[in-house]
Design a protein around this ligand. Structure first.
Ligand code: MTE
Length: 336
């Protein structure tokens, strides 16, 4: 691990407590007793890592050479969020990527089978520039930038992650959506050889997510190709994933192979699996609880039994200024 924190007392990623909430969500079926004591205090070591450029991650050997070159040509951005970054080790070993297994450690252990090259993305539906694009076609015109975002999982844990990516709005404009396109739908690869857990029926594959087109055009929405200054590890959704920081993490679909423009609301994986629990909008909202646990607070990783690191959840994950206008006349209890 190249990422170090300046304080030796910082919790190790191995201290992360297995989260009972995700076990419950995994099966979707059992009810949950979710009670804990809250502490709103930042740990004493947290401030040390704020406001300095982050240490980059190890170079990935399986990323295409042209992508490494593109990524390494940039300047790192300092963290000006006022919050400590979640260590690289936590970001890359505590994952949800059900195509590789249901436990948080499964993606890091199993996703090495994912091949980055060749990678093609089919663009279709209501747009003028439909076609099959290589990853290089997709990325070529876009400058990559650091976006340090809070990331809030529906399971009530959160991170602060230095993603590396480019504006989704800029990508969408290139495909020239038609005037009747109202939504954008994203689809993950289906390949039982590369994604072993697709042999089982834990989800209805492929994983599908979507946004209203005006949400997708919001400047906060990015397509990520890297994290911590290097290309994405497979467990984090390489080579191309969505990041919408004001929404719960399940919106941020990984390893995308299809982008479709449509005039009907996409049938998104979790909203189809459990419509009473996961809505299409998935906006972070402390006032609307999940039916089985509160959404009013979150554990900021790294966390442990002795330092659960609870903090209050913010409306739109703290990005209200940027996105609240998108939902001005909507009842967010109904459209959750
Ligand atoms: N995308 C695919 N294809 N498959 C998944 O299982 N899990 C989602 C989202 N994207 C998922 C996915 C969920 S529930 C979360 S919280 C985030 O990915 C986790 O992203 P991370 O592992 O990089 O933290």
């Amino acid at each position: 691990m190249l990422i170090t924190t300046s304080n030796p007392n910082a919790p190790l990623s191995s201290d992360i407590t297995p989260e009972s909430v995700y076990l419950e969500r995994r099966t979707l079926l059992k009810s949950l007793g979710y009670i804990g004591t809250g502490s709103l205090l930042l740990p004493h070591w947290a401030n040390a890592a704020i406001a300095r450029p982050y240490d980059v991650a190890p170079e990935r050997t399986n990323a295409p050479a042209w992508l490494k070159q593109k990524i390494n040509a940039r300047q790192l951005q300092a963290n000006s969020t006022g919050e400590s970054l979640t260590p690289y080790d936590s970001v890359t070993t505590y994952n949800n990527f059900y195509e590789f297994g249901l436990d948080k450690s499964d993606p890091a252990e199993n996703a090495g089978t994912l091949k980055m090259e060749p990678w093609k993305v089919t663009v279709d539906g209501l747009c003028n520039k439909a076609g099959i694009y290589t990853l290089e076609d997709i990325l070529k015109p876009h400058a990559l930038e650091d976006r340090i975002y809070r990331f809030r999982c529906v399971e009530a844990w959160s991170m602060v992650v230095p993603w590396l990516g480019f504006s989704l709005a800029d990508l969408i404009k290139r495909f020239e959506p038609k005037s009747d396109a109202k939504y954008i739908e994203f689809t993950t690869l289906v390949d039982k050889e590369q994604m072993p857990n697709q042999r089982g029926g834990s989800l209805d594959w492929p994983y599908v997510e979507g946004l209203r087109l005006d949400e997708a055009m919001n400047p906060l929405a990015i397509m990520a190709v890297g994290v911590y200054g290097r290309s994405l590890p497979p467990q984090n959704g390489a080579p191309l994933r969505l990041i919408t920081p004001w929404k719960y993490g399940f919106k941020s679909i990984k390893s995308i192979v299809r982008i479709r423009f449509t005039n009907t609301q996409p049938k998104t994986t979790w909203a189809v699996m459990a419509p009473s629990e996961y809505g299409f909008y998935a906006n972070v909202n402390p006032a609307v609880d999940h039916p089985r646990w509160t959404q009013s607070r979150e554990r900021r990783l790294p966390a442990s039994l002795f330092n659960p690191n609870w903090r209050p959840t913010l409306p739109f994950n703290g990005y209200s200024k940027e996105v609240a206008a998108l939902y001005r006349n909507m009842d967010l209890r109904q459209y959750f």
